[in-house]
Write a protein of this length. Sequence first.
Length: 193
Amino acid sequence: MGPAAGELSVSSENDKCEEVAEQTPEQEVTTETSELETLRAALETAEQQAAEQREAMLRMHAEMENLRKRLMRDLERSRKRALEGVMKDLLPVQDSLEKGLQAAAGEDASIESLREGKALIYRMLDKLLQDHGVQLIDPVGEAFNPELHEAMSLIPSPEHPRDTVIDVIQKGYQLNERLIRPARVIVSAGSGE
């Protein structure tokens, strides 16, 4: 049988102590100095890596800020161009209104010619709105929809089912499926009983 595990452990500890005791003070200083130099080199490397990472982060932050500014400029430019297109399309309507006012001021203006001029301008404006994605909301006879309609009053009506739009006070509009203005309506409260 060999030595017990506890005895082996004690003897290896004794061997280590003897090795340390055998070292001269100069060897101890040299060992400590080399460990200190290794730690200093590792610290310098870590500090250099941290500085590089910080510089890379600052560069990335500056790039993101420049990208944000560029996107804001592009968005503003796009808005201006879109508005410019709508305004350009509105100019013929403005011209027609001006000519209509001049014609109405003339001595030979008739009610019929004024009516025709107004109808022409209305069709021009309606086409322009449709071309730019504006949809009319005119819900007479439809079920009341609070997402698209604003009830101005409830009126008992035996001729209409409950919550049905009886009349439109002001038409509503949507732009590209988004509500711009709800239709202002009068809604049936059901029979008058």
